[in-house]
Design a binder for this molecule. Structure first.
Ligand code: G16
Length: 556
């Protein structure tokens, strides 16, 4: 690193002193916290993203300013690698180090050492870095985005491009498309969704048409960016009637009493939904539209919410994909294509039983899509979902190439109208529709909707795939959540010493009892999850475990 480069970092970093007394940590999905404390972090992640781009031959990297499901006064930053997926976990320790560097000199020293280790060069022989920056609708987003731009610009020769207000999955999709040499604007994203959706609609069996349910879909936009983007997309979709509520334009506050996180955790209706909506199919997005859950109010109740969470979306997708694979009659090898599903400890036990009953490989990963994505990528088709509604379907490159050649082959043999050809075409359309970079509520909604139409199913019928075991989640505020250390699957607590034995004694008191605790990586809380054979028992188990957390860690 030459003197001019050092001077550039020293000068710009003086604009962004780090907040005193705050330990910043990369967490489950990037840095997150009170927006007022984050300018220096976003500036420094701007530097990191420019270095990441240089490391990967000046490929485009994405930075998303969002705190997703967190309250509106929080903000955060997620990094998209050139592949469109999350930042490589190998770089997370460097992110932690520079975010916490206490002076401009320490920052320069850390960057210099890291560049040497990673053999990153800045200079005339290299093309500069390119970073695309997007943000959600939070009021703090604009100034944080500027801090990120300054961070990128402090690495000489780098270009920072502000691509405006977007959903997180849009940014990841656009970065992925750009680096693949494809068209990568927001309009291209919308066009891709509407074209592949139309293709799947056209492939619905005619025998299914008389069963088609094209009733209106009600969408809760969490008062965030997702509802606004669905509004834009809606015009180009046929066969789907969508009404959007909680767009944020009617004075509602982001994620406050609305959104996927609220509906899934509290199991109550979001603001703006009520008795008038009994029986309607409803979907809820989170603040940056990377999560999706469905719900409805059963006709025998105006208050109860039937939740169809990420597990149920995963089950619907798995069923549909399996049906298509089963239609590949004359190719034993590909019929055996490895279809696998990935869940976390939060997955409802009934969903896991159902998926295993379908004959699928079910594997478990730690919370955080970065962990699930890795495991799903090991299958020909890997479907991952967290119960909170964050997930997608990954198709391996080799499986996609096989689909392309199979489709050509069948067409050449005059079997263009065969069931097998249709199944191949459906799988190809799913791979285009579903966002292969990250979980995406918009593409998820479209896939759910077209599968329901394909099967001729109502939301109630979908809900009957299996019956969830009653469960409860609680957040416990403690003085130091990092005092909780878990096993790699997060099902057992290793610290504080003795807490797991105490949790186990509680679990034993309940039929089908299961419970675990883990520190959140996005909020300053310890999360408690409990499951049991009745709702009363699940609530009671969750409350006793929450009490244990308080007695071992203290309340804040
Ligand atoms: C992020 C991650 C998810 C994770 C969620 C909650 O979601 O992308 O994988 O499940 O945080 O994590 P934790 O329990 O550690 O707080 P989002 O939608 O908030 O970006």
């Amino acid at each position: 690193m030459d003197e001019i480069q050092i001077a550039s970092i020293l000068k710009s970093s003086e604009l962004f002193p780090i907040p005193q007394g705050v330990k910043l940590s990369y967490g489950t999905a990037g840095f997150r916290g009170d927006a007022k404390l984050l300018e220096s972090t976003v500036y420094r992640v701007g530097i990191l993203s420019a270095l990441r781009s240089l490391k990967l031959g000046s490929a485009t990297v994405g930075l998303m300013i969002t705190a997703s499901h967190n309250k509106v006064s929080d903000n955060g930053i997620k990094v998209s690698d050139p592949s469109g997926f999350m930042l490589s976990q190998e770089w997370e320790p460097f992110a932690d180090q520079i975010a916490n560097a206490s002076s401009p000199e320490e920052l320069v020293s850390l960057i210099r050492k890291f560049m040497e280790k990673e053999e990153i060069a800045i200079g005339e022989n290299n093309k500069g870095a390119e970073v695309w920056l997007g943000r959600d609708t939070r009021p703090s987003g604009e100034s944080l985005l500027r801090a990120g731009e300054i961070g990128v610009g402090s690495i000489l020769g780098s270009v920072a491009i502000d691509i405006g207000i977007l959903t997180t999955p849009q940014l990841h999709w656009m970065v992925r498309a750009k680096n693949k040499g494809l068209k990568a604007t927001e309009n291209d994203y919308f066009e891709n969704l509407s074209t592949s959706f139309r293709c799947l609609i056209d492939l619905i069996p005619s025998s299914g048409n008389d069963k088609l349910e094209i009733s209106k879909l009600l969408v809760d936009g969490a008062n965030g960016v997702g509802g606004q983007k669905i509004e834009k997309l809606r015009g180009s979709l046929s066969n789907l009637d969508v009404e959007i509520r909680n767009t944020g334009r009617d004075g509602g506050v982001l994620n406050e009493g609305v959104g996927a996180d609220f509906v899934q955790k509290e199991k109550v209706l979001p603001v703006g939904f009520g008795f008038k909506d009994v029986g309607m199919r409803c979907a809820s997005l989170d603040g940056d539209a990377d999560r999706l859950v469905y719900f409805y109010i059963p006709s025998d109740s105006s208050e109860k919410v039937e939740l169809l969470d990420g597990d149920k979306i995963l089950s619907l997708f798995a069923l549909f994909i399996k049906e298509q694979l089963n239609a590949l009659e004359d190719d034993e090898e590909r019929k055996q294509s490895r279809l696998g599903v990935v869940q976390t400890a939060y997955a409802n036990g009934a969903s896991t039983d159902y998926l295993k009953h379908l004959g699928l490989d079910v594997v478990f990963a730690k919370t955080g899509v970065k962990h699930l994505h890795e495991k799903a990528a090991e299958f020909d088709i890997g479907i991952y979902f967290e119960a909170n509604g964050h997930g997608t379907i990954l198709f391996s490159e080799s499986f996609l190439s096989w689909l392309v050649s199979k489709q050509k082959d069948l067409t050449a043999k005059g079997q263009g109208g065969s069931e097998e050809h249709k199944a191949v075409s459906r799988l190809m359309a799913v791979s285009n529709l579903i966002n292969q970079a990250v979980g995406d509520a918009l593409s998820g909604v479209l896939l759910v909707e077209v599968i329901l139409q394909h099967l001729g199913w109502s939301i109630e019928k979908w809900n009957e795939l299996y019956k969830d075991l009653p469960s409860r989640q609680i957040k416990v505020e403690v003085p130091d959540r990092t005092a909780v250390v878990t096993t790699s699957e997060e099902t057992e607590a290793l610290r504080p010493m003795g807490i797991q034995d105490a949790i186990n004694s509680e679990i034993k008191k309940y039929s089908r009892g299961r419970a675990f605790i883990r520190p959140s990586g996005t909020e300053d809380v310890v999360r408690v999850y409990a499951e049991a054979s009745t709702q009363e028992d699940a609530d009671s188990l969750a409350n006793s475990v929450a009490q244990l957390v308080k007695s071992f860690l203290g309340s804040s």
